[in-house]
Design a protein around this ligand. Structure first.
Ligand code: FEO
Length: 412
């Protein structure tokens, strides 16, 4: 390490990122009670400089001051941009303006984005992917294609001589601490998991593919785009991502499908429907069904249950032409889920019109859940015996389709 401003994180690799301790909400949806950092790095090679990622636009003057402490702009040979979201790419257009001779290295999927943010077609760039590498003087950078972590264009790279992984957003935390390294900062375990839950969880199959690539390398350090740099035991963080992203092995081994039935009820009518649906589901071999009252579920529990469910059924009353708030809270969790292969449906008791059920089905279709073409399960007020039998049958049919019975699915 050198002065407070210049930190050598590994031989010839310097932190030139910036700190944003005041931010409290990130990307509209995430709480950042510890602020965050926009991590950027500078690599000094025997033949010139490589800049790795940029920072958010409003912090770019600090970023440029840090670069100027190390080099002149004409020494910059490459700019590697792992991810073009504005919190990292905000300063890239001005950096390119100051260092026009530098070649920008991006994934192929980032091409149109780079042109859009720089507003030029004439930019000097090259696309890179797994098995491509560059050597500049005494440093070799190997590129790794790691898409959807968490945008289509994201990639990672590995500095061979340093055994250092530039992971992009992966393994990041919104946790601002100028001590920088995971063994020096405060306890950021909560932020690390919160970040995974809200950014990476919807892409967990891509996380597992990326980990397969990372595992081919000996990694001494992970330099992320947010929060602490993982110097001490970086494997621990890879293992955590792996654990959180793997399908429940017990479920896989048993071949059981999990169906979660969530309901909200005013007068126990929707609850009684949920319980009959549950009985129907449970009567199908290989189905493990569970019923949950939305009135008492917190967001973290909702997320966990939704994540492990193969089938999701949501029961709601209709109040003033809408589903009540706890139902929408559940629906808003869907953005943090990987929906691939999941099936969904809705049901409910109503007094006047029952639009809430149609709204939920509509939303589930647009979110790309598989919504089977079952009869609409809307029951006016108190379900009678015949209607409860319909609920039972609905559970059976839903689960048979979930288990593979062929039907034509409705697409949005
Ligand atoms: Fe940190 Fe996806 O930007």
């Amino acid at each position: 390490m050198m002065s407070n401003d210049i930190v050598e994180i590994s031989k010839d690799i310097y932190f030139i990122g910036v700190f944003d301790p005041e931010i409290r909400t990130f990307d509209i949806i995430m709480k950042t009670s510890n602020g965050t950092s926009y991590n950027s790095y500078l690599i000094k090679t025997s033949e010139g400089i490589i800049i790795v990622d940029g920072v958010k636009l409003e912090f770019q003057e600090q970023f440029f001051k840090k670069i100027e402490q190390h080099c002149t702009y004409d020494e910059i040979k490459y700019v590697i941009s792992h991810h073009l979201e504005p919190d990292h790419a905000g300063s890239i257009p001005e950096l390119i303006r100051r260092a026009p001779q530098a070649k920008v290295l991006i994934s192929p999927q980032a091409t149109s984005m780079l042109k859009a943010i720089t507003k030029t077609e004439t930019i000097d760039f090259e696309t890179v992917w797994t098995n491509k590498s560059i050597t500049l003087g005494n440093k070799t950078i190997q590129f790794l294609t790691t898409p959807y972590l968490h945008w289509p264009e994201t990639m990672s790279s590995y500095v061979v001589e340093n055994k250092l992984l530039f992971s992009g957003d992966v393994f990041g935390s919104h946790y601002c601490d100028k001590r920088l390294f995971n063994d020096l900062v405060g306890d950021f375990a909560y932020s690390f998991q919160y970040y995974y839950d809200h950014i990476m969880r919807p892409f967990k199959s891509y996380v597992l593919s990326a980990i397969k690539l990372y595992e081919k390398f000996e990694i001494d350090m992970i330099a992320t785009l947010h929060g602490p740099i993982l110097k001490e035991n970086p494997k621990k963080y890879i293992d955590l991502y792996k654990k959180w992203s793997e399908v429940d092995c017990e479920k896989l081994a048993s071949g059981n499908k999990i169906v979660s039935i969530f309901y909200l009820t005013s007068y126990k009518n929707t609850r009684n429907m949920a319980e009959k649906i549950y009985e129907g589901c449970e009567s199908v071999e290989g189905i493990v069904a569970n019923v949950y009252d939305l009135a008492s579920l917190g967001e973290q529990n909702m997320l966990k249950l939704l994540d492990e469910s193969d089938g999701i059924l949501i029961g709601t009353p209709t109040i003033n032409g809408d589903a009540p708030r706890p139902v929408w809270d559940l629906l808003s969790c869907m953005m943090f889920l990987e929906k691939k292969g999941k099936m969904a449906g809705a049901f409910g008791s109503y007094g006047w019109s029952g639009e809430a059920i149609d709204m939920i089905l509509h939303r589930m279709k647009f979110l790309n859940f598989r919504v089977p073409p079952l009869d609409l399960l809307k029951i006016k007020l108190i379900p009678n015996e015949e209607e409860l039998q319909r609920c039972f049958n609905h559970g059976v049919e839903f689960c048979e389709i979930l288990k593979g019975k062929m039907v034509e699915m409705t697409m949005n």
